[in-house]
Write a protein that binds this ligand. Sequence first.
Ligand code: NAI
Length: 666
Amino acid sequence: MAADINALKDWRFSTDQEGIAWAVFDREGERVNTLSRRAIEELGAIVIRAEELAAQGAIKGVVFISGKDSSFVHGADIREFDAFRSEGDVRAALSQATELLARLEKLSVPTVAAIHGMCLGGGLELALACSWRIADRDDATRVGFPEIKLGIFPGFNGTFRSIRQAGPTSAMTMMLTGNMLRTSAAKAMGIIDELAASPANLRWAARKAVLSAKRSKGAGMFQRLMRQWPIRGFLAEQMRKKTKDKVREDHYPAPFRLIDLFERTGGSDKAMAEGETRAFAPLMVSDTARNLRRVFKLSEAMKAQAPKGNFKPQRAHIIGAGTMGADIAAVCVLAGMEVSLQDINDDQLKRAAEQAKALFRKRLKSRTEVDAAMARLLLDGKGDHLPRADVVIEAIVEKLEIKQLLFKNIEGRLKPGAVMATNTSSIMIEKIAEPLTDKGRLIGLHFFNPVPALPLVEVVRGAGSRPEEVAKGCAVVTAIGKYPLVVKSVPGFLVNRVLAPYMMGAMAKLEQGVEREKIDEAAKTFGMPVGPLELADQVGLDICKHVADILGIATGAMEGSKLAGLVAAGKLGKKSGEGFYVWKDGKPEQKTADPPYNTVELHLLGEELVKPLIDECERCRDEKVVESADMVDAGVIFGTGFAPFRGGPLNYRASQGLLIKRSEAA
Ligand code: NAI
């Protein structure tokens, strides 16, 4: 059903003196554009109007452009996805959108997508139905198909249109990885036809494209050949192999169904369009997709904890340039901050600078950017820059008296309003704050190792920490592109507290004689990113033992245990080259089981291994270590990598409960 063209709410449609029709997408009451049901119906009205005007010869072309600051179209509106109850519902919604885009594609006049800001998912599918795509070179402009991260793939016929435009290898990689591309890369691939120097040039470029009736030719002869059999079958097999290296089909079916779709129908646009809807609908209503949407919503809820006020951290001062401090400083620099790094040891400072440079080289495109980043990192042995900082983070040795002394010495030098934080992993915030004049100022910002890779930071609320300081802590965390989790100051906070019984439980299994490889394989079968023994080796066995001691978990860590023996022998895991495993080139040497482990046994063992973790999550929820059950799930997913497709430990247990109830009722 199309909306009334004279009463549009999310779009504006007008024709200028040159006969160019402008369809401006600007969703009412929203910060970003998403394709909601209403926005699609209104787009339907625009397409019908454009057909009429084109038939009358009243327009030369249509430009689709956004009225928002940095959002062309972020994709379909995920908030509406949960309303789909059946595959039939999904197919009905899809056919409305795909028929609409097919009509748009057939318009007799040129259609131009003029892209500034995020052009993702359904937004890119809209752009692909146009006859010409222009994107600006602005850093805020990105194109991509993130659907795979939500357990689905493009469903508005983006599968065949992207392949038709860019060829199967590039388009499938884009859909299978969900990566967002800069516009220069998208242009090189053929997804974008033209680049505009800046947002200011976009309208002019679109006008010119309409007046010169630009139409994209799509992928060349060679790429078209790649869609034919048997090359297609060969490509599909390669894609399957690569995907299997990253995810398991029983956990994440969407990429495998997309590869099947390409393999079976990729030679024909029409067959692929039909096959896309058929394969998409069951994925959309699956538990995996529902749980991945939950993870997305949880991540948004975590980001929303940062206050919208005017606290915008621009300068950070980090004290302690060891394992953690060096990385925290580098991550702050990457987020655009100016950072001063202090340490009592000059060699540590030099090492930290080298480590930061290596990270900048990996993450940044050009030498100029690396140089600029290095210029934002000041080595500050004496702490001269501390009074200028908006946030001060301490990451020195884990000793109460030394931390207390440091904070006492610096407290009076901080500028008013600056955040004062410790990265302690095990000391209570209120203990560190004891000698301070303003005890309510201190909070914890607990980063995880390795800092550049791990997305969560626990914002620790000591018994006396002021709520506004905690809120500012959340702002610091979001400013560096990570997710803040507000936790109470209890031993282990949330993440280490739930991880410890899980890892100790695994070690207890090892004591009972279960093979280490089997234990790790079972946890991965459940959906954990790495097994608990491999994880213990990565974290460092000394740290594991220390955490277990603090939390009073005896099992597995007691005198005479394997863990205690390894620590006493200096076999601390990855960092010393040996722990539960021998480590070579950053990887543990693991034996392949021959014959392979029994799948049912692996499933049962996996369940047994995660049980103590989930039990501890329930206790944390009951003790309100974090605000809500949802925040327990969010923290454990982003802090430990707990099987995202299961929607979090508490969600998983609740869903198991439902299953049992259903089977009892049946
Ligand atoms: P580290 O031993 O690698 O580095 C500590 C650094 O602090 C050294 O460079 C040392 O020279 C410097 N330092 C010591 N006293 C100082 C002072 N008074 N002023 C300035 N610099 C001083 O330690 P790491 O592993 O980086 O840990 C730092 C903090 O982060 C600890 O509180 C630890 O509990 C916490 N943490 C550690 C994690 C890890 O996996 N290593 C994870 C999360 C938190």
